[in-house]
Design a protein around this ligand. Structure first.
Ligand SMILES: [Zn+2]
Length: 315
């Protein structure tokens, strides 16, 4: 980083924007290649149909197809691997290496993931004795019917009250070659909090970016499989969130970023919907009512359809 003179705060801020070069260009289809004589400070990448990329520690430029291209900031290293700034990834590497993915994300087969289940009840409305795992499964079944009526093929990660590991949920979607993944949850406040309410929609945090609920700490600079769909993740989240807000009139707690285990390994766009606070006296009572869950399922379905219309228009 060439920012030491800018002072601690600026340096911290800039440093937090770094991402691993190898991880990030892998999202663009480039593979790291070794060449005899290269030192530890050098990384090379190549892919069929794309120019080669050559990067070296402390340089303020990279070579793309043999041409020198200056960066916003020097190449740095972390844990022995080269890093670039998020800005240089977005403004230099993506434009030069971008190509349409082999297939744009499809939109036929949707995997719905009812949160929790079995020994894991999730959040709870104590006065009603109503558990999140029951609400998510019921909502998922309703959403399945809504989407099937719109011509989608829909599969649930669980169809009854059973425990499913987080890692197995995303793995199931990948194995099924899902085109879209929607995880359903209901929120809960801290113990004794019966007033927090509202809707949140999560998508995977892009590499180098802070997750929304993280009060402190560092941005994770690793690029996950799910980050290949950053554009589509956000587009899906936005369409669903808007639709759900409009239908329920719930408080807008925002489209948020998190590195959830159910989103990180996905081979398709995915989101996690928090459809209200089950712990809330008023919202929790609504969630316990089948009419609300039906309304929510229809709204999520409308949001998915709006997303699909948008993506198909790009094809
Ligand atoms: Zn949950």
């Amino acid at each position: 980083m060439g920012v030491a003179l800018l002072g601690g705060a600026a340096a911290l801020c800039a440093g937090a924007q770094d991402i691993y070069l190898a991880d990030s260009v892998r999202l663009l289809g480039l593979q790291q290649v070794a060449q005899k004589g290269d030192g530890p400070d050098v990384e090379r990448f190549a892919a069929k149909g794309l120019p080669d990329l050559f990067a070296e520690k402390n340089r303020e430029y990279v070579y793309v197809g043999g041409a020198k291209v200056f960066l916003d900031d020097n190449i740095d290293t972390k844990k022995g691997k080269l890093t670039v700034t998020r800005l240089d990834y977005d403004k230099v590497l993506v434009p030069l290496f971008w190509r349409l993915p082999p297939q744009l994300p499809g939109s036929k087969r949707i995997v719905i993931d009812p949160g929790h289940g079995g020994k894991d009840p999730g959040k709870l409305n104590t006065s009603l004795g109503y558990e999140e795992k029951a609400a998510t499964l019921d909502t998922a079944v309703r959403l399945k019917l809504v989407l099937e009526k719109r011509g989608f093929e829909v599969i649930l990660t669980r169809e009854k009250d059973v425990f499913v590991e987080l890692a197995d949920r995303a793995a199931a979607a990948n194995k099924l070659k899902a085109d879209l993944f929607v995880s359903l949850h209901y929120n809960g406040g801290a113990a004794g909090d019966a007033t927090s309410a509202g809707l949140e929609t999560y998508c995977l945090t892009p590499p180098g970016q802070y997750s929304t609920n993280k009060a402190s700490g560092k941005a994770d600079i690793t690029a996950e499989a799910g980050n290949r769909f950053d554009t589509f993740n956000l587009l899906l989240a936005w369409n669903v969130h808007r639709s759900v807000l409009k239908a329920t009139g719930g408080e807008d707690r925002g489209i948020r970023r998190a590195r959830f285990a159910v989103l990180r390994p996905l081979n398709c766009p995915g989101i996690l919907v928090e459809g209200g606070f089950i712990s809330s006296r008023t919202e929790g009572a609504q969630i316990a009512n089948a009419a609300y869950r039906q309304k929510l399922a229809e709204a999520i379905g409308e949001g998915v359809v709006a997303y699909v219309v948008r993506v198909r228009s790009k094809q």
